[in-house]
Every structure is written in C-alpha cells, then in structure tokens.
Design a protein around this ligand. Structure first.
Ligand code: AMP
Ligand code: MG
Length: 417
C-alpha cells in the first residue's frame, strides 16, 4: 500500500490550473511497491515493473525478406543479365547448406540465408532458361531483400521500459524474445462510491425524485481501462457519520478511494465533512470547465478523490485528476495528453484564466481536413453529450474565443484511457 502523507495534496492558491494539479500529483504521489509476475497472455494493459533488454537479436538470424534466389554480392550481374545454376533450396524453418561462388539458391521468405550468400533476387524479377538455370538481371544492390540478424532489435538493447503500460505490440515483442511471463506492478485497488440521496442504483426501486446512478458505472469502467481492480461500493447517503465510517473502513484495503457528487460548497454537500472527519481534505478549486471543485484527501494514508456529480464534470475531472493519480500510484510513465490539431467548425466564447473542454465530433471537410463540430448543447449534466460525441476540444487558459476555421486541439475519448 502506498502510504501518502496527510499534506500530500496541500495547495495554497485560490484557483488551481490543470497543469498545477497534474504537477502536484506527479511529484507527490508515490507508486505502490508490490509487483507480480503474469503470463504474457495476461500482460496487456499492465504496467511493466522493470526494463526488458533483448536476450537475443531480432530477427535472431539473417534471413530472406522475399521468395526468390540467393546469391553472393560479388557475383551480381553488373551490365547485363547472367544465368546461374540453382544448387539448393531452403524454405522457412529449414537450415541452409552453404553456397559456392557462381551458384544461386532457391529461397523463401523467412528462410535463413545460406552461408556464402548475402543478396536475394525476387522471384518476380527472374526467369528460368532452357537449361534450368535462373537468369538474374543486372542492377540489384548488394544486400538487397535480406533482413540482417538484429536489424529489428539488437541483442542487449532495452526494448521495453519500466513504467510502460503494455500494449498488444509490446506483449508481442516480449513473446519474440521467447519470454513466457513478465513482471508487472500489481493492479491498483480502487474503491468507488457514488454519493447523494437523489440516487438509486439501477435495479433498485427509484423514487419519483431520484435518478439512477450513472457516474459510478462510468468511473468504474474508466478505472478498469486504466488497469485497476475496482470495488463497487454503491451509494453513500448524504449523512456525515456513516459516510465517514464507510470511507475509513475501505481505506485500509484500497490504494485509492473515489467518490462522485457532494463536493461543491453548498450545505447539502456532505462528502467534504465526511472526509474531514475521517482524514484530511483540501478542496481544489480548479480552473477547468466542466469541472471544479475536486476534493482531494488522505484517509489513513490512502488518497481520496471526490469528483463533482455532474456527469460531464465527473468525466473531465477524472481525466485530469484521477488518471494522473492512477498512473502515479501504479508507477506508470506519465503520458501527457497531447491534443491533435484539427480545424474548428464552431464559434465559441470563453473566459480567460480557465481551461475549457468542448464536446465535439470530428468530420472530414470537403477539402479533406478534419473539422471539429461542436455538440449543440453545453450542460455539464448532459450524459448524451458524451455519448453522441467522439472527443473533446481543449481550449487553453489564455484563449478567449474560437471562430470557424481556426486550429484547435482535439482529444479523442479513446486516447484518454
Ligand atoms: P453534486 O455534485 O452532488 O452537487 O451533483 C451535481 C449533479 O449531478 C446533481 O444534479 C446530481 O443529481 C448529479 N449526480 C450526482 N451524482 C450522480 C451520479 N452518481 N450519477 C448521475 N448523476 C449524478
Ligand atoms: Mg449532491
């Protein structure tokens, strides 16, 4: 368990920028120490615990990149084509006999280059004459169509780095090294609660003034995509003492506690009071829309994050506060979210001094450029605005407006998790 100090999330200023928030998290949140070994088939999405150096070169032996005929480069026809006797045949997976000068060897893709050869003619570029010799054209470069041992990855190179979140291609590289298992950071255990008397769990009866709790399912799914093991702890009612007790109880068994709702500054916002009596709490008044505020706390050494209740605010603050916290706790290399430049198809006014996220769909304009089309409505409570769009346009703190045709930064939802 990563034990964080009670003042871990302390912050003095009146408003906090997104970059300040991410900076505090990345510099102060320590990673859990425990590691485990997993089979390659289970490694996708996990955080690599230590560097992996290539135990063998890739490819492991020099081989042909095409189906054709292998010869020695000293024999390459210079001015005009020349016929060679075909003295051998080597298929992929077979071992090759050495070839002599003046000879050609029939060879197939992936087959080892016979000793004495270093260049391969593609079968499409040659013909067989009446004597059964292969006629090779002039002009081929020495070494053509050959994949030298180690050209992909030389032996000993650090090919996968500690802190990397393994993707399918990373797992493939480990397999190419002949590894059967890999050491990863253990999964983070995250407790998730929704809070609020207005919420009913899907499947439970819903009173007239209640809505079904949707945020909890969104947050749990986002956490799972970040590789976490999630405890679904249901809904906490708006009552300080039971709330505080529930939080204290789960703290010991989890690496992170996440709640949604009840953290604004109104008298009906009970999470703040609950966390304050269970541990320490600081409200981050974040310069972000949709968003702010976000409650950050420490309960028995375990970090606590209280996200806003409005679904879109909850989503956006998850990306900027929970995501970096999860990455830091799991020892993952902090990957910045780099918006992709696209053309705005909308006009928009905003206040300077805060960062805003606009829900958009990308479309291809007649000139081929990608254009961001704004979702027509802006409310932070509109879950459909997240469902019916494919990403967010990020408008920085200094921006005061956007006009159609201007370049804006786009973050696709798929890139956020
Ligand atoms: P709060 O942050 O508690 O003031 O809630 C802001 C708005 O978000 C209110 O309209 C809540 O009903 C709504 N809300 C809070 N929690 C959830 C949830 N878990 N799922 C869906 N909506 C929620
Ligand atoms: Mg509430």
């Amino acid at each position: 368990m990563a034990q964080l100090s009670d003042d871990c999330f302390a912050f003095g200023g009146p408003m906090m920028s997104v970059d300040e928030a991410v900076g505090i998290i990345t510099s102060r949140v320590a990673a859990v120490k425990e590691r485990e070994t997993v089979a390659l088939g289970e490694a996708d999405g996990r955080v690599l615990a230590c560097d992996v150096a290539a135990p063998l070169p890739l490819p492991p032996f020099t081989n042909s990149a095409v189906d054709g005929y292998a010869v020695q480069s000293r024999d390459l026809p210079q001015a005009k084509e020349r016929a060679f006797p075909v003295t051998g045949r080597v298929a992929a997976g077979a071992s090759a006999k050495a070839a002599q000068p003046g000879q050609a060897v029939r060879i197939f893709t992936g087959a080892p280059m016979p000793d004495g050869t270093d260049t391969v003619f593609m079968q499409e570029d040659v013909r067989i004459d009446e004597a059964g010799h292969v006629v090779l054209p002039a002009g081929l470069k020495p070494g053509a169509n050959v994949r030298p041992a180690g050209e992909d990855v030389p032996q000993g190179r650090v090919a996968l780095k500690a802190g990397q979140r393994l993707r399918p291609q990373d797992v493939a590289l480990a397999a190419a090294f002949g590894l059967t298992q890999i050491e990863v950071v253990r999964r983070l255990r995250v407790a998730v609660f929704s809070t609020g008397d207005e919420l009913a769990s899907p499947g439970a009866p819903r009173a007239a003034a209640q809505l079904f709790d949707s945020n909890r399912f969104m947050l749990m799914a986002m956490l799972k995509r970040l590789g976490c093991e999630v405890s679904d702890l249901g809904i906490l009612r708006d009552e300080r003492a039971p709330l505080a007790n529930a939080l204290k109880q789960v703290a010991a068994r989890h690496d992170l506690i996440l709640t949604t709702g009840g953290v604004s500054t109104g008298e009906e916002d009970h999470v703040k009071a609950g966390v304050e009596s269970a541990g320490t709490l600081v409200l981050w008044r974040m310069a972000i829309k949709p968003g702010r505020p976000v409650a950050m706390g420490i309960i028995g050494g375990t970090p606590f994050i209280g996200l806003p209740g409005n679904p879109v605010a909850s989503f956006v603050t998850f990306v900027h506060v929970v995501r970096p916290t999860v990455l830091a706790l799991s020892g993952a290399i902090a990957t910045p979210l780099d918006p992709m430049p696209v053309r705005s198809a909308f006009s928009y006014r905003k206040k300077s001094g805060r960062r805003e996220y606009v829900r958009v769909n990308l479309r291809k304009a007649p000139d081929g450029a990608l254009e961001a089309v704004k979702f027509p409505r802006e409310g932070a409570g509109l879950l459909s605005s997240l469902v019916d769009t494919n990403g967010l346009v990020e408008l920085g703190e200094t921006v005061t407006g956007v006009e159609p045709g201007e370049t804006v930064g786009f973050l696709g939802y798929a890139s956020l998790l």
